[in-house]
Design a protein around this ligand. Structure first.
Ligand code: IVH
Length: 686
């Protein structure tokens, strides 16, 4: 072991933790992004070289990389309660009176913002983050530790003299800016937009790939702490206490938290934030009022569901009324029809709203909408406002009611609504203009063919100019077709043509995802291409054969069979093949190069510097080894990469399994004829 490298790893971890703290908690940049990245890269490299110095709370964990297949259930040591709601001054007077009946000594209240996110419990042991668990049913929640580790404002290692055990409770949420950025990115990729930051935060915490979570920039706000030795007296002191260990806590200065002494004080705080909440960088859905003294909280106690010493005051969602001019119908890439209300423009909290979602035909019937109705429009946490009701008293006599359309507004095909579906669909998928464009835009997306230089506007332009009608037409485009078009300079045309050419190298799974077969998303495409060696095997597969594949159910199988039943689609696939796209799985070019790994069961974990995970798996098979995904007694070797899963390492150590880092493993394979290999054959290496 190289002592100076070990020391450097420890030093870098401490240094990067402290820069992170200054940046995310104290909003101070001490070094440039570039210098910060250099330090992080240096640490990554050293950790990769020394998997034995694995640390689940290393700053390199912020970028994620761990895959959580299922989120184990964990019992909460202290139940996670909810809050009773109140909506008026009268409710608040009742709350205050209930407390004063029990308590006859002076006390104060703490008013706080009610963060609109997902509750989380985070446990620290000896200053190290050990577990993060969702609320669940209040008694037990789900272990989302790997994902929470990627949230920058959650400390991984506590500063100073942290207690042996510390549990904090808080809310995980998106800032308004992070949520907007996320949707902008999705709009660029032609993915459906997220409508509500709270639900999106909840969904993000349950993503399997923590590096995806890391990209999403979640935030965490704390509101409670549990200690073995509870020496703290007041709620506000808890925040002071937590702040010294590096937690982000609400500030008095910006009035995020305030001590008050009676209902009038509470109502002042409520009305201050009623008007100011629009200016906050994050969403709140109300105010939380708590008895400040923790000993008095204890005396007042809890019901089985909620504390008696605290209450939430909920703000009503902002509503306005306006005139419903018309309902138009949008056609999505899959042919789903969405009714959208055209409104007389109206301002809702600073933005002019001209359209609102009506979701689907059932919602239209439920709302019973008529032309020129006065409708109530609400903008809650959602970014797209919705119609929530009609003012019947203002309905014009003889006004005509809206009736859901029978035919596609774009291509006039008969719409179909199948049993169990909420949407009507236009089934003319290959000839209906928005579906044609939507399919091409899907095909060029980042996770599909990733064609540089083209965006949805270019596709619109190329389609309108009659140059493309389907995905295969992209490969017929020539420089001279594009140059005469508006906004097409020599350089951008070159980028487009090069991007298209480059995309011919895309692997089979990405092409398959790009075809846009209904229900065949990124993961299913990977499963299918791992099962079938080439597109011909896939397109001739029967429904039953497809159903036997892991993660392929009846709905998906049916959709695949239906897709390849159409000559039109087979023609497109044939043309893509003709243009040189390769629709074959990697394993089809399999050649056994050596038997050095002779049926050994090998688990790889983490990311690798000089080879991709897929490449490494292929190498293992080519040298006679067997890949397995989980460590067990039967495992012969664990190849430890960067950011590897802590549970794998722990198991490998328990079972005394040989652990090799990337360099050692590649050396073993590459030097099969030298002494390493001989040692291996004699059973000395594992
Ligand atoms: S105190 C109930 N303070 O609101 C236990 N909760 O609707 C004490 N929340 O489950 C909770 N901001 O997830 C508290 N400043 C705040 C809060 C807050 C948001 C959430 C929390 C709770 C939910 C109840």
């Amino acid at each position: 072991m190289n002592k100076s490298e070990t020391d450097r790893i420890l030093q870098l971890r401490e240094l990067i933790h402290s820069y992170n703290h200054e940046y995310y908690i104290n909003s101070k940049s001490i070094i440039s992004d570039y210098e910060f990245d250099l330090l992080l890269k240096e640490l990554e490299k050293l950790e990769n070289k020394h998997p034995e110095l694995y640390d689940a709370n290393s700053p390199t964990k912020r970028v994620g990389g761990d895959i959580t297949k299922s989120f184990p259930s964990v019992m909460h040591q202290y139940p996670m309660l909810s809050l009773n709601n109140s909506y008026s001054k009268e409710d608040m007077v009742d709350f205050d009176e209930r407390i004063r009946k029990i308590i006859d000594v002076p006390f104060s209240y703490i008013c706080e913002l009610k963060y609109d996110g997902v509750a989380i419990s985070i446990i620290y042991e000896n200053g190290q983050l050990s577990k993060a668990v969702t609320r669940g049913d209040g008694t037990k929640g789900e272990d989302v530790t790997n994902n929470v580790r990627t949230i920058s404002s959650v400390p991984l290692v506590l500063k100073g003299n942290a207690p042996r055990k510390l549990e904090v409770r808080g809310e995980i949420m998106y800032s308004k800016a992070a949520f907007q950025d996320l949707n902008l990115q999705r709009a660029k990729e032609q993915l459906p937009l997220f409508s509500n930051p709270r639900n999106t935060a909840s969904g993000t915490l349950k993503l399997q790939d923590s590096s995806e979570v890391a990209k999403r920039k979640l935030d965490c706000f704390l509101y409670a702490v549990f200690l073995e030795d509870n020496h703290i007296e007041k709620v506000y002191d808890q925040y002071y206490y937590l702040n010294q260990f590096g937690f982000k806590t609400p500030s008095i200065k910006s009035r995020y938290v305030e001590e008050v002494f009676d209902v009038n004080g509470i109502m002042d705080f409520i009305s201050y934030w009623h008007s100011k909440r629009e200016d906050l960088p994050f969403e709140i859905d109300g105010i939380v009022i708590k008895v400040n003294e923790l000993a008095i909280q204890n005396e007042i106690g809890n019901t089985s569901k909620s504390p008696r010493w605290a209450i939430a005051y909920k703000y009503k969602a902002i509503q306005v009324s306006t005139i419903l001019e018309d309902i138009i119908y949008q056609v999505g890439r899959t042919g789903a029809i969405t009714p959208v209300a055209k409104l007389n423009p109206v301002e809702i909290s600073g933005t002019i709203v001209k359209r609102a979602s009506v979701h689907n035909a059932d919602q239209m019937i439920k709302l019973d909408l008529c032309y020129q109705d006065t409708v109530y429009v609400e903008k809650g946490g959602e970014i797209i406002p919705k119609i929530i009701g009609v003012d019947r008293t203002k309905r014009l006599t003889n006004s005509k009611s809206f009736k859901f359309i029978d035919n596609c507004p774009q291509c006039d095909s008969k719409l179909v609504r199948e049993d169990g579906e909420v949407h009507h669909y236009c089934l003319n998928s290959n000839f209906c203009p928005p579906q044609i464009k939507g399919k091409i835009i899907h095909f060029i997306g980042r996770k599909q063919m990733n064609i540089d230089g083209i965006g949805s506007e270019t596709i619109d332009q190329l389609y309108s100019a009659g140059l493309i009608n389907n995905i295969a037409d992209l490969y017929t485009l020539k420089k001279e077709d594009l140059l005469p078009l508006d906004r097409m300079a020599e350089k951008s045309v070159e980028n487009i043509i090069n991007g298209i050419l480059e995309s011919k190298k895309a692997p089979f799974n990405k092409i398959l995802f790009g075809l846009g077969i209904r229900f065949v998303g990124e993961t299913v495409a990977k499963k299918l291409t791992a099962h079938f060696q080439n597109i011909n095997q896939l397109r001739t597969a029967t429904f039953e054969e497809l159903c036997n594949i892991d993660e392929v159910g009846g709905k998906i199988a049916e959709s695949i069979v239906a897709y390849f039943k159409l000559d039109f689609n087979n023609e497109i696939v044939n043309r893509l093949l003709g243009f040189g796209l390769i629709m074959e799985s990697i394993q089809s070019d399999f050649k056994l190069k050596s038997t050095i790994l002779d049926n050994k069961k090998i688990v790889i974990s983490g990311a690798f510097q000089n080879i991709s995970r897929e490449g490494l798996k292929k190498l293992i098979e080519e040298n006679g080894g067997k890949n397995s995904s989980s460590v067990s007694k039967a495992t012969d070797i664990l190849v430890a990469g960067e950011n590897m899963g802590p549970s794998k390492l722990e198991k490998a150590n328990n079972f005394k399994i040989k652990i090799l880092n990337e360099e050692e493993f590649l050396k073993l394979i590459n030097q099969q004829n030298n002494s390493d290999a001989k040692q291996y054959e004699q059973g000395e290496l594992f």
